[in-house]
Ligand binder design. Structure first.
Ligand code: GLA
Length: 355
């Protein structure tokens, strides 16, 4: 059987998100099948600068019922402001290094993920900084990351900056502090510190026409300043996706390709669980749907391979996937990736390799 990277060598490079927690058990599979890796969490702000101000995460819970409120507790008072103004005062590169060094030792390229994200920062603390202080923080963080991880071939700069509900940009602490036009400035900062890396604008629900148009608008603004190179299409999809969604995906790829930027598929996985109707199909049928979906997706990626340079899966084996927990209080089994819980190739892998 061919490996994934052999099968796609004339199309695009293939990657996987990996975690320092389970990298050792996945190492042989990663070395055999993938050209690139992304750190699942280990290069995000909270891993590099550990602290106690984590936003409570409701994502593993079922979606709230209509009218049901999940209130965030008030964030604790801030102590030691200096460490938030100067992130270099407290750093821990150990898990990021584990992934980075593994990749370099094995000739695997690293996608940097991510320099700024509303989903991962000292929650409640950045809110209390003056804009100038948060700016100092960003400059210092970007600089440190560029010095410590100089060889990432691409960086997701501001992750998921576009609004989900029909507006243009997402309301985040960064937008609030830096102003509505903050993104070209942040991307310019990335260009300054990572002059040799591709800069990527990465987002999800990227084929939803409304969100796609906002992403295109943002890309236009960044392109004018020459500070973006890649459109990052996360591709977290569901096995229930139908023809209409596959068509929207094709249309989206066409429009992203027309921007003149390159495209990366950055976080591909196929969720077997339909959150709205979780128990509709028995596991064997769900598994078959996952396989069919993968097969169609890679067909589309091949169609657009003149524009797509990298396809990264968000994980390696079904043993470790964020989808095993996300909106899954009941602990239903999910099988969103290409290798099973024992790292054995699944039919889905066979299906994307045999085309
Ligand atoms: C987003 C982020 C990723 C990862 C996934 C799954 O898509 O970009 O870093 O956290 O969510 O949790």
């Amino acid at each position: 059987m061919k490996t994934l990277k052999e099968a796609y060598k004339n199309y695009f490079t293939v990657g996987a998100a990996v975690s320092a927690h389970w990298l050792d058990e996945a190492a042989e599979t990663v070395k055999a099948h993938f050209n690139t890796v992304t750190a699942e969490n280990e290069m995000k702000y909270n891993s590099i600068h550990p602290h106690d101000y984590q936003k409570p995460d409701f994502r593993h819970m079922r979606p709230p019922k209509p009218g049901e409120k999940r209130e965030l507790p008030p964030p604790p008072p801030m102590t030691n402001r200096e460490r938030f103004v100067h992130p270099s005062l407290e750093t821990d590169f150990s898990s990021g290094d584990k992934i980075y060094n593994f990749a370099r030792e094995n000739g695997i390229a690293v996608r940097g993920h991510t320099l700024m994200w509303h989903g991962n920062y000292p929650w409640g603390m950045f809110e209390q900084l003056e804009p100038e202080e948060l700016e100092e923080n960003s400059i210092e963080h970007f600089k440190m990351m560029s010095e410590h991880y100089p060889d990432c071939f691409c960086w997701d700069v501001v992750n998921e900056a576009v609004d989900d509900h029909g507006g243009y940009l997402r309301e985040t602490v960064f937008k609030k502090k830096f102003g509505d036009d903050y993104l070209p400035e942040i991307y310019s900062l990335a260009r300054k510190y990572f002059p040799n890396a591709l800069l990527c604008c990465n987002d999800y629900n990227e084929f939803n026409p409304q969100k796609r148009d906002s992403i295109l608008k943002l890309i236009g603004t960044l392109k004018e300043r020459g500070v973006v190179d890649v459109v990052g299409c996360q591709c977290h999809v569901n096995a229930q996706m139908g023809d209409k969604q596959f068509d929207e995906m094709r249309r989206g790829f066409e429009m992203y390709a027309n921007t003149g930027l390159r495209i990366h598929v950055t976080e591909l996985d196929v969720n077997a669980i339909d959150w709205k109707n979780p128990d509709k199909l028995p596991p064997a049928d769900l598994e078959r749907k996952v396989t069919e979906t993968y097969s169609k997706l890679f067909g589309i990626f091949r169609e657009f391979s003149d524009f797509i340079d990298n396809v990264t899966l968000w994980g390696v084996s079904d043993r470790h996937s964020w989808l095993n927990h996300f909106k899954n209080e009941e602990g239903r089994k999910n099988f969103p990736l290409l290798f099973d819980e024992e790292y054995k190739p699944k039919e889905a892998l066979q299906a994307v390799i045999d085309f």
